[in-house]
Structures are given as C-alpha cells and as structure tokens.
Design a protein around this ligand. Structure first.
Ligand code: HEM
Length: 397
C-alpha cells in the first residue's frame, strides 16, 4: 500500500514542543480536520478522535504491541506488555485475580494508608515540600515494593534498578544495543524476586500471581514483575501529582472537598480524564489498513492519544473544564481499553484517593506556591515539573 502522509498538512506543522507543552490545543486543532494524522516530528500516525482511539485499542490483530520497535521486551524479556493474542493472555491472566478491586482493597488499604501517613509525618515540621518527588513518587515506589514482596530491599536500591532498566530501554529505543548496566540491573531485580517466588503462598501479590501461573517459567514471571514496576511507578507518581494540581488550582472545588471527602473519588476520576499521566499508547500495524483518511502500510507506528480522546467534545461537553460532577466521569480512556487495559487501575485509584484524603485531613491549609511549575507537561508521561507547597508547620505525632 502506498501511504498518503503528504495529505496531512496540519499534522506537518505540529512540533515536539507543541506536543509537550500545549497538547490539548494541538488535539483540538487536529481532531475535527485530521482525526488521524501523520506527524513528521514524531514519525508516527496520531489519533485524537475518541471513537477511533477505542477502535484501534480493541483490535489487537490489526494494531499490535508485538513488534521489535518496542524496546522493553529486549531488556526485560517477553511479557504481557509486548505480546498479543494467546501468549498475552498466558502472561497476563495469573495477575488478574490479585489485581481485582476486592483483593486490592484487602491487601493494600492498610499498607498504602501507612506509607502515606509516614510520608506526611516526615514533612510536618518543615512547613513546605515538593510533593511530586517527596510524596507522590515514594508512595508509588513503596506500594510496588509491597506488591512484589521486596519489603526488605531499601527504596533507594529498587529505584536505582528501576532507573537503570528504564535508561537501558530508552537507549534501545534510540537504536543502541542493550547496555551491560541494563542487563546487570535486570539480573539484580531477578535475584531479588526469586526468593519471593520461592516463599510462595499469598505472602505478596507477586507470590499469589506466581502460584496461579502454571504455564509460565520463573523468568517469565520476573519479566512481568518488571513490567509491573514500569506500570506502577512513573504513571502513579504523575496521577497523584496531577490530581493534587487540579485540586489546588480549583479553590472552590478544594473547599467543597474539605467539607465533604466523599467527593474525592470524583475529583480523582476527573483529573484522570483531564490529564492522563500516560498520555499515549503505541501500536504497530500488522497489515495495510485504511483508518479514516489515512492509508497506513503494515509495520507503521500508530499512536493513540489518550489525552485527545479524553477531551473529545462529542463525549465530554466543555472538555477543558475541570468538572467532577460530570455524569459520565468514568468514560475516560486513561487506563486504555481492550486486551492491554491497565492491570493496576484499582490499586492506582486506591493510592490516589488515599493520598488526597490524608493530605487534606492532616494539612488542611496546604497551598500551591508555584502554579506554573505544577502544570502538567510532557510528551508521553505528563506530570508537574514540581509541586511546591506550603503549610503551617506542625509537631510530628
Ligand atoms: C499500581 C499502579 C499500576 C500498575 C501496577 C500498572 C500496571 C500495568 C500493567 C502491568 C499494564 C500492562 C497490561 C497489559 O499489557 O496487558 C498496564 C497498562 C496500562 N496502564 Fe497501568 N499500572 C498502574 C498504574 C497506571 C496509571 C496510574 C496509569 C495512568 C494514569 C496507567 C495507565 C496504563 C495504560 C494507558 C496502559 C495500557 C498500555 C498499552 O496499552 O500499551 N497505569 N498497567
């Protein structure tokens, strides 16, 4: 098939800084005229129309993740993130039960609440904090350490392994071979996880999943555990930070929530719609396909803009308004849809809701000091550069 990339004259004008800093305006420009468009700056097809985004995410036969263009598999081995069809199901299904809402509530409500309380204890007397790095990030990391049963490992060591693996994946994406450091970090992660698998039973979410994973080798379970780390750290940090940003930048809603904390789930949901921390998901075409006006040959990168879908005015009237009273709050596609829908969504929601609840209860006078730095930006992962806040110092408990 001959592709018609030249046809997309609006897409040709979009730059990477536009996408990083002003993606909502870009999506509103593209959606009515080029709902799927060729973007030369990022060398991919970009979809901003919600219905089309959903169609593509649900059709794994035509739009797959199983492609060498995805570098994660080269560093951590095959996992649910890089497979489709039957093998995807084999890798994912052992994890589905322990990630169900009821199981997540039972296993994580207490420890997540405790991590949050300890982090707040640690900042009480300072009267100021940068919440993204000092609060949101650590909650995400501690929760994943708990899930993987690695509680004896210092947070710092886990983060170092994680950063090194992420760095190796980024380099492979840029065309470099897998680095020795990347291999060593993945081996270190394996070494820390094998005893967890040996302990077995229901001692951790990972051990529970491993117990149900008849057809998977230990190496394959470890690869999926690495993917849980990828899925559960950066996005969760962004999700909590974005929710705090939306709350602090809407003082009237903040006051309502302080009086009635039952509004918190709706605030989190609306924040997830407005600014999905993972703003795009990528697929490769397996065959030549026509999508809208686009003629897409097999093997090309198609990028689904979750940000674009979530502000499609067809589904969300007045889409740029932060409105937690919307009747269809949960119609956002922030967790993706189809076979790769986020596995951790109940755990992520629990973390965000508990974070807001405890912060507002214990630091009711919390206020943002730099709204511009707090505005979420980023090409793939969207979050504040920094969430600087002040509050009246208190004695630790
Ligand atoms: C506890 C935290 C989380 C965990 C453990 C987690 C885990 C995962 C896993 C394992 C997958 C891959 C599923 C598969 O391929 O079958 C996934 C997919 C996904 N997750 Fe999460 N996640 C978490 C939080 C989040 C957050 C906070 C967001 C966004 C705000 C998010 C957005 C997504 C998206 C968009 C996908 C689909 C990726 C794709 O289709 O290519 N996740 N998640």
């Amino acid at each position: 098939m001959q592709s018609n990339k030249d046809y997309f004259t609006l897409g040709a004008t979009i730059t990477i800084p536009d996408l990083e800093n002003d993606v909502h305006a870009v999506c509103h420009k593209l959606r009515p005229v080029e709902p799927v468009s060729w973007i030369p700056a990022t060398e991919c097809w970009l979809i901003t129309d919600r219905a089309m985004c959903i169609e593509v995410m649900r059709d794994a036969k035509t739009y797959t993740v199983d492609h060498p263009g995805f570098s994660t598999g080269q560093v951590v081995g095959p996992s649910m993130l890089s497979l489709d069809g039957k093998s995807h199901q084999a890798h994912r299904s052992p994890f589905e039960r322990p990630f169900r809402k009821r199981e997540v509530e039972q296993r994580f409500r207490e420890p997540v609440g405790r991590f949050i309380a300890e982090l707040i204890d640690g900042m009480l007397k300072n009267g100021e904090a940068e919440l993204r790095r000092d609060f949101c990030g650590p909650i995400a990391v501690k929760t994943m350490i708990e899930a993987l049963g690695m509680d004896e490992k210092p947070v710092h060591d886990v983060l170092k392994m994680y950063d090194t693996i992420v760095d190796a994946v980024t380099r492979v994406t840029a065309g470099e071979p897998v680095s020795a450091e990347g291999r060593a970090a993945f081996e270190a992660l394996s070494d820390s996880l094998l005893p967890v698998l040996k302990r077995g039973g229901h001692t951790s979410l990972l051990a529970s999943a491993a117990g149900a994973a008849d057809g998977l080798t230990n190496d394959e379970i470890v690869s999926n555990a690495a993917v849980l780390l990828f899925g559960g750290i950066e996005t969760t940090e962004g999700m909590i930070a974005n929710a705090l940003y939306h709350l602090f930048s809407h003082p009237e809603i903040l006051e309502q929530v302080k009086v009635d904390q039952s509004l918190i789930p709706a605030v989190v949901e609306e924040s997830l719609r407005m600014e999905p921390a993972a703003s795009v998901v990528d697929r490769y075409t397996t065959v030549d396909v026509q999508l809208g006006d686009a003629m897409i040959p097999a093997g090309e990168l198609v990028r689904i803009s979750l940000v674009g879908a979530n502000r499609d005015p067809e589904t969300f009237p007045n889409p740029d308004k932060f409105d937690p009273t919307r009747p269809n709050l949960q119609s956002h596609v922030t967790w993706a849809q189809g076979p790769h829908v986020c596995l951790g969504l109940h755990l992520a929601r629990l973390e965000a809701q508990q974070s807001l609840k405890q912060l507002l209860t214990r630091l009711p006078d919390l206020r943002l000091v730099d709204e511009e730095k707090a505005r979420p930006t980023g090409l793939v992962f969207r979050k504040p550069q920094g969430l600087f806040v002040e509050f009246a110092p208190q004695q630790s408990r």
